[in-house]
Structures are given as structure tokens and as C-alpha cells.
Ligand binder design. Structure first.
Ligand SMILES: *Cc1c(COP(=O)(O)O)cnc(C)c1O
Length: 383
């Protein structure tokens, strides 16, 4: 089955008791048993829920995996993966990590004795240097946030396999429509379904997919034991959002291509970061491992100041100034003072998050309206 069909039908069938075509919202905590232990596979909704199960099956098919697990947020999903480790274990991850993941690793799990290394994952020599008997996992995120760097998934995962490490890919920015990490050798793929999978900025949710029964069993143990599960209403919304994932991602990518070209033409703009641009340093890797380049763009201004960036991000009308990404509507943000404000300035700048960096989540509106909105905002800036 092609992914455009899987988004709508993958892992789903009409409801067995009523024939309902849309997966019903099973808003129940518990299920009648005929005799103790004799039931239809559902006992208590932290452990199993039919709406959640439908979503989990759908997610597994989308990522060409076997087992899907849904969580109450992306971070709850990441949290479950870290619980596969033990005190003393080491993780190698990218130095361009989503801020919340960094906080969870460094601010929470480091205290429990897990050791994290943050490096550029394009450097296999550095990976070899860090590798030791305690190293257990490689955590990849690509494209990264907000500078849209691309990690070569196949290359890093094959290095991980050679060294008997678990490899995990945060696939939030690309989605399973644009990139399938399990096919490129990853053991686990992780999503903040809050973003493109849900797609309508109305659900906070996370997901994990794997092909490995043993890993799936362990993750299920933590999902059930720690209890960070999404409710059935949210699972319904995520399923509903996913049905148009392919259409949305095509339009997000097409609009982003237009906006990236427009930004490159503006005299006020210094750098434009979008993996679809030939000028992007990782364009060739992106072309190889992604089907298209997605809706996230960042750019910096020639006049690299917070004030200049504030002028621009406060002047748009179609682009809403807000955190988050991946919804149908276009958003504009200023990483240095919003999503990445907790990172010290010097460290932030080293990873490309300069004072004037602006991030766009390009939505699926008409491209003319998006371009004109940015044009108006640029023209309103003081000369
Ligand atoms: C948002 C996000 C997360 C965290 O997900 P939540 O649903 O907000 O908990 C993790 N990784 C990336 C790349 C994200 O964009």
C-alpha cells in the first residue's frame, strides 16, 4: 500500500460492533469482563483503549514498522525511550537538539546517572572517539530545529548497528510522508504528533514506532507503568489529522519552496535555511533520504539584531507570531527569545541561532497571500 492510502486506511478497519467507518471515540476507562480475566482484549484504558490502538496501528503502518505506541506528548514518548537505559549508560546525540529534548536529557535524566554527549552527527571520527563500553544509544533528529541541518540517517544508523547501539530518530519535522527512518536502519522512530501528524494545532501527543518485538514490549511496559497515555478524543483527532498528511505535506513543501526563493531575493536577508535549497550545505543528503523538504524555514537578517527581527515578526498578519509548528496555519517565531531562550547566547549563536534568526512554519494557505504578507512586513521595516 502506498503512503497516500495508508494515511487513510493503514491499520484501520470499520468498527466491529457497529460498522462505523470513522474510528469511534471509546470514551471509557474500563470494559466488562465475562469472567475474571475473560474479556475482549481491553481491561483498563491506561493499558489498552480501542481508539488509541487504532491510532497506534495506523502509526506503525505509516512508518513501515510493526508496533506503534502513542503517548500524551512528544516528550513523554522520548521519556519512555530513555527508560530503556540504566544508570551509567551513555547516549550520543546531536548538538542541535530540540530544546525540550535537551532539557529532558540534561535537566532530568542526567540526575539519574544517564550520560549524554551532544556533538555534530556528521563526524564519524568523533563518534568513534566517544564510543565506549557504556555507550548504548544514538539519538538523531533531522531536520533539526531551527537551522534545518540534515543528519545522514543511514550512515549514523549503520555506525550504531556496527557498534551494537540502539538508534532513535526524532522524525517530527519530516513526518513519515517525507522520511522513513526505520527503512534507513533506525531501531525506533519518534514523533511529536503535536506538529504535522495532528496537523491542526489542536492536540498535544507523542508517538513511537519500531519493528522489534522486544523493544516494543519494553516500551509498552513503560507506557503502561508510567501512564503517560493520550485520551481517546485526542487519538481520534490525531487519526483524523493524519488522513490528510500527504496533501498537507505536499502543500507545506510547495509553499516553503516559494517562500525560500522569495527570502533569497530580499536584500534584508542574510542566510536562508531550507534543505530544498541548492545552497543548503546538506541538500544532497536531504535529496537522498527525504521525499520533499517540508514546511520549516529559518532565515537571518543582514542587520543581525533582536530589534530588527522583532520589527519583522510583529508586522506579519497572515503569519501568526507563536511557538509550535506543523499546523495548517502559517506561524512566525523568533527562536533566540522564544523557543531557544533558555540556551545561553554564546552557545546559541554557535549553533546558528543568531539574534536576528526568524523561523517560519509555512502553512497551507495560498502562496500569494504568504509572500505578500512577508513582503508587506519587510517593507514596513525602518530603512
Ligand atoms: C515539539 C517537539 C518535540 C516535543 O514534543 P511535545 O509534543 O511538545 O512534547 C520533540 N521534538 C521535536 C523536533 C519537536 O518539534
Amino acid at each position: 500500500m502506498k503512503i497516500e492510502t495508508k494515511t487513510i486506511h493503514g491499520g484501520l478497519k470499520p468498527d466491529s460492533s457497529t460498522g462505523a467507518v470513522m474510528t469511534p471515540i471509546y470514551q471509557t476507562t474500563t470494559y466488562a469482563q465475562e469472567r475474571p480475566g475473560m474479556h475482549k482484549g481491553f481491561e483498563y484504558s491506561r493499558s489498552q483503549n480501542p481508539t488509541r490502538q487504532a491510532l497506534e496501528n495506523n502509526l506503525a503502518e505509516l512508518e513501515n514498522g510493526k508496533f506503534g505506541l502513542a503517548f500524551s506528548s512528544g516528550l513523554a514518548a522520548i521519556d519512555a525511550v530513555v527508560k530503556l537505559l540504566s544508570p551509567g549508560d551513555e547516549v550520543i546525540s546531536t548538538n542541535d537538539l530540540y530544546g525540550g529534548t535537551y532539557r529532558l536529557f540534561n535537566g532530568v535524566w542526567e540526575r539519574y546517572g544517564i550520560v549524554f554527549h551532544f556533538i555534530g552527527l556528521d563526524d564519524l571520527d568523533r563518534l568513534d572517539e566517544l564510543m565506549n563500553s557504556k555507550t548504548k544509544m544514538v539519538w538523531i533528529e533531522t531536520p533539526t530545529n531551527p537551522t534545518l541541518k540534515i543528519v545522514d540517517i543511514e550512515r549514523v544508523c549503520s555506525w550504531a548497528k556496527k557498534n551494537k547501539l540502539l538508534s532513535v530518530v526524532d522524525n517530527t519535522f519530516a513526518t513519515p510522508y517525507l522520511q522513513n527512518p526505520l527503512d534507513l536502519g533506525a531501531d525506533i522512530v519518534m514523533h511529536s504528533a503535536t506538529k504535522y501528524l495532528g496537523g491542526h494545532s489542536d492536540v498535544v501527543m507523542g508517538a513511537l514506532v519500531t519493528r522489534d518485538q522486544q523493544i516494543a514490549d519494553q516500551l509498552y511496559f513503560y507506557q503502561n507503568s508510567c501512564g503517560a497515555v493520550p485520551g481517546p478524543q485526542d487519538c481520534f483527532l490525531a487519526l483524523r489529522g493524519i488522513k490528510t498528511l500527504h496533501l498537507r505535506m505536499d502543500r507545506h513543501s510547495e509553499n516553503a519552496a516559494g517562500i525560500a526563493a522569495f527570502l533569497e531575493s530580499r536584500p534584508e536577508v542574510e542566510n536562508v535555511y531550507w534543505p530544498g535549497l541548492k545552497s543548503h550545505p546538506n541538500h544532497e543528503i536531504a535529496k537522498r533520504q527525504m521525499r520533499n523538504f517540508g514546511g520549516m524555514i529559518s532565515f537571518s537578517l543582514r542587520d543581525d539584531t533582536v530589534d530588527r527581527a522583532f520589527e519583522l515578526v510583529s508586522a506579519t498578519k497572515v503569519f501568526t507570531l507563536a511557538e509550535s509548528l506543523g499546523g495548517v496555519e502559517s506561524l512566525i517565531g523568533h527562536p533566540a527569545t522564544m523557543t531557544h531562550a533558555s540556551i545561553p547566547r554564546e552557545k546559541r549563536q554557535k549553533s546558528g541561532v543568531v539574534d536576528s534568526l526568524i523561523r517560519l512554519s509555512v502553512g497551507i494557505e495560498h502562496i500569494d497571500d504568504l509572500r505578500e504578507d512577508l513582503e508587506r512586513a519587510f517593507n514596513s521595516m525602518k530603512k
